[in-house]
Design a protein around this ligand. Structure first.
Ligand SMILES: Cc1ncc(COP(=O)(O)OP(=O)(O)O)c(N)n1
Ligand SMILES: Cc1nc(C(=O)O)sc1CCOP(=O)(O)O
Ligand SMILES: [Mg+2]
Length: 221
């Protein structure tokens, strides 16, 4: 179970604007410094998403990296997210659990995690976004990719049309635009109607992750 109650996690989710997915940075060996910088720059939610070799991390490595992220998130008052694996989310007391269209069904994740953990869903079409908005147990969803991205190779990009359609539907749940977003493209994403974003490379590949996060955050209102 997470350290915070579900109500407090959901209140923080409602205020969240900048969501970072990072790998474990095994080749650089700087995960603790990196995440500290990103959080100091204003990242609200950090997810460990490591598919570096096209496959997920072994559970032992995943948990070790999540412990590093958990300590930093607690210090900065940010939310910790786990991708794909409900057992791992439970083990590390994650605040947030993220599910794609091909991952375990939301009711099963809820059965494992209980009511306190926030559950998010990836969506790639208007129909999927509508379903995520309506499905019991889903707290937030993401729409994308806004642009084709090497971080998720082979994933068809519905583009900003999906962001526009999602915004026009006026979802009650928090939702994030994802995929190919960086500082230069951010104005187009905001113009399309998103107010929350998920990024990977815009911060993980930045020379100065703190400055990159701070600049993105400052444009997110
Ligand atoms: C916040 C967030 N949004 C989308 C995704 C992508 O999830 P999924 O489609 O299941 O793909 P993988 O990341 O598991 O490869 C995400 N992880 N996080
Ligand atoms: C992990 C992921 N999921 C996507 C989706 O559309 O669901 S796009 C994506 C990768 C986003 O990486 P970057 O910010 O480096 O383009
Ligand atoms: Mg997944």
């Amino acid at each position: 179970m997470p350290a915070l109650t579900g109500d407090r996690i959901r209140a923080r989710l409602a205020d969240a604007r900048l969501y970072l997915c990072t790998d474990a940075r095994a080749s650089r060996g700087d995960l603790a410094e990196f995440v500290d910088a990103a959080l100091a720059g204003g990242v609200d939610i950090v997810q460990l998403r490591d598919k570096t070799n096209g496959a997920p991390l072994e559970a032992k490595q995943e948990i070790a990296a999540l412990e590093v992220l958990a300590e930093a998130c607690a210090r900065h008052g940010a939310l910790l997210a786990v991708n794909d694996r409900a057992d791992v989310a439970l083990a590390v007391g994650a605040d947030v659990f993220h599910l794609g269209q091909d991952d375990i069904p939301v009711p099963l994740a809820r059965r494992i995690l209980g009511e306190h953990v926030v559950i998010g869903r990836s969506t790639h079409s208007v129909e999927q976004a509508r379903a995520a908005e309506a499905e019991d147990g889903v707290d937030y969803f993401c729409t994308g990719p806004c642009w084709p991205t090497p971080t998720k190779p082979g994933r068809f990009a519905p583009g900003l049309d999906l962001v526009r359609a999602t915004a026009a539907a006026g979802p009650r749940r928090p939702w994030f635009a994802i995929g190919g977003i960086d500082l230069e493209r951010l104005p187009e994403v905001l113009d399309a109607g998103a107010s929350r974003i998920v990024v990977v490379r815009a911060i993980t590949e930045a020379e100065d992750p703190k400055a990159a996060a701070r600049t993105l955050k400052s444009r997110l209102g």
